[in-house]
Ligand binder design. Structure first.
Ligand SMILES: NC(=O)c1ccc[n+]([C@@H]2O[C@H](COP(=O)([O-])OP(=O)(O)OC[C@H]3O[C@@H](n4cnc5c(N)ncnc54)[C@H](OP(=O)(O)O)[C@@H]3O)[C@@H](O)[C@H]2O)c1
Length: 247
C-alpha cells in the first residue's frame, strides 16, 4: 500500500492540491498529466474525448488551477483544437488570492508554427498564449505569431526544452503543467525535465495505437515511485514521482 494509500478518501482530488511541489530556481516543477486506456492508448479517432471521464475532467481542471502555465505540443493543440484555459469562479478566485493570474497561459511548443492564429487560443487568451519556437522557425510565421502571442525562442533547429523551461521559470512559472502529447512528454522525460506524472487509467481498451510514449526513451527505462493511487468509479488515479523513483 502506498503512503496514505487508502484508495477511497472523502475528497479524492484533495491530495493533488495538497501535494508538496518544491520550488526550483533553474526551471519550474513539471507535472505531466495524461489519461490512458488500459492498453496505454491515449486517443480514440485522434482525440482524447472518448477516454476522458468526469473524474478525469475534474483532475484536469484542478491541475490547471494549480499551474502557472500549461505546456503542450503543437500536435495536441491541432488535434484537440486547444483554446485558452477556462476555470470555475472558485478556482479563479483562489488563484487571484495566491497572486496568480485568474487562469494560466497555454504555452505551445512548435517548430513548424503551423498554428491557426484565428482561433480563440490566440484571439481571446488572457494572459496571452505563449509560443515556444526554435531559431529555425519560419520568419514570416514567427512575425505573424508574435502579433497574437508571446514568443519564447529556445534552440536552433528544434526547441531546446531545458532552455525553454529555464526561460519560463524566469517569467515566474514555478509549476508547469504539461498535457502532452506523447512526443513532447518523451522529450521532456529524455531531458530529465519531469518531476511528477499524474496518470488516469480508465477501464477501456482498443483506442488508437498511439500510446503514452511514441517509443523507447533514450537512456533506457525510467523508474518512478508511486505517491498515491485513488480509485474513483472504476478508474485509477495514479500520482508518480520521478526523483523518488531514482533510489
Ligand atoms: N490521453 C492524453 O492524455 C493525451 C494528451 C495529449 C495528447 N493526446 C493525443 O496525442 C496525439 C498528439 O500527439 P503528438 O505526439 O503528435 O503531439 P504533441 O507531442 O502534442 O506534438 C508534437 C509536436 O509538438 C512540436 N514539438 C514537440 N517537441 C518539439 C521540439 N523540441 N521542438 C519543436 N517543436 C516541437 C512539433 O510541432 P510542429 O509540428 O508544429 O513543429 C511536433 O510535431 C493526439 O491524438 C492527442 O489527442 C492524448
Amino acid at each position: 500500500m502506498p503512503p496514505g494509500g487508502d484508495v477511497r478518501p472523502a475528497d479524492p482530488l484533495g491530495r493533488y492540491a495538497d501535494a508538496d511541489r518544491p520550488a526550483r530556481t533553474d526551471r519550474p516543477w513539471v507535472v505531466a498529466n495524461f489519461v490512458t486506456a488500459l492498453d496505454g492508448s491515449v486517443a480514440v479517432a485522434g482525440k482524447v474525448g472518448e477516454l476522458s471521464t468526469p473524474v478525469d475532467q475534474d483532475l484536469f481542471g484542478l491541475l490547471r488551477s494549480l499551474a502557472d502555465a500549461v505546456l503542450v505540443g503543437a500536435g495536441t493543440v491541432r488535434a484537440e483544437g486547444y483554446g485558452p484555459v477556462r476555470l470555475g469562479a472558485d478556482q479563479r478566485a483562489g488563484r487571484t488570492a495566491r497572486g496568480r493570474t485568474p487562469v494560466p497561459p497555454i504555452a505551445v511548443v512548435s517548430r513548424s508554427l503551423d498554428l491557426d492564429l484565428d482561433r480563440p487560443l490566440f484571439t481571446r487568451a488572457d494572459p496571452r498564449t505563449i509560443v515556444v519556437a526554435p531559431a529555425a522557425a519560419d520568419r514570416k510565421r514567427r512575425t505573424a505569431v508574435a502579433e497574437v502571442a508571446d514568443v519564447v525562442h529556445a534552440g536552433d533547429a528544434y526547441v531546446d526544452l531545458p532552455d525553454a523551461l529555464a526561460q519560463l521559470r524566469r517569467r515566474g512559472v514555478e509549476i508547469l503543467l504539461t498535457e502532452g502529447g506523447p512526443l513532447l512528454l518523451a522529450e521532456l522525460l529524455a531531458a530529465d525535465l519531469v518531476d511528477e506524472l499524474c496518470l488516469t487509467l480508465v477501464p477501456r481498451l482498443g483506442g488508437d495505437p498511439v500510446h503514452l510514449l511514441p517509443g523507447p526513451l533514450p537512456g533506457g527505462l525510467r523508474s518512478m515511485a508511486l505517491d498515491h493511487v485513488i480509485e474513483a468509479d472504476g478508474q485509477l488515479l495514479l500520482r508518480y514521482l520521478v526523483e523518488a523513483g531514482r533510489t
